[in-house]
Design a binder for this molecule. Sequence first.
Ligand SMILES: CC(C)(COP(=O)(O)OP(=O)(O)OC[C@H]1O[C@@H](n2cnc3c(N)ncnc32)[C@H](O)[C@@H]1OP(=O)(O)O)[C@@H](O)C(=O)NCCC(=O)NCCS
Length: 147
Amino acid sequence: MTTFAVRILPWAVARPGARAVREAVFVREQGVPIELEWDELDASCEHALATDAGGAVIGTGRLLPDGRIGRMAVLAEWRGLGVGAAILAALVARALERDMRRVTLHAQTHAAGFYAKLGFTTIGETFMEAGIPHVAMARELAPAARS
Ligand SMILES: CC(C)(COP(=O)(O)OP(=O)(O)OC[C@H]1O[C@@H](n2cnc3c(N)ncnc32)[C@H](O)[C@@H]1OP(=O)(O)O)[C@@H](O)C(=O)NCCC(=O)NCCS
């Protein structure tokens, strides 16, 4: 059986685990330059960390104060098991708790179907970011649309 848990944490606590996953996925696997991976926004974000039954960090994502979600990453060997969906659901739930009305993100185009399954819709055209094609997506959290 596949067991994992997701928690929302401040950067001071999430940092080592989030860094390890993001370096494995974005820097080593996808070839994003390390200087583009780290920005000044992490400290102001809340971070979701997924851990396996032994406490090892297997996935992460972040929520900015303005409702942007980003840096969604699951270790390759853990993909397709619901970890990414659980991380995204935890970040959306946190946005709702904070009375945010809308969450937005820049999806790598290959992952747009993942976000669409979780209620996000595409806005506008494809653009390049960190050398990877992206598309903007959003999910409304206004009371009538909450579920
Ligand atoms: C995108 C990513 C976070 C998804 O995480 P995951 O744990 O594999 O996703 P889940 O297993 O929770 O999938 C949830 C649903 O989305 C679907 N899905 C997952 N990845 C998908 C994709 N790339 N395209 C379309 N659907 C996808 C799954 O089939 C599943 O559907 P189901 O509920 O009908 O079974 C993960 O593939 C990843 O880390 N990729 C590399 C980093 C990356 O590209 N991050 C996105 C940056 S925008």
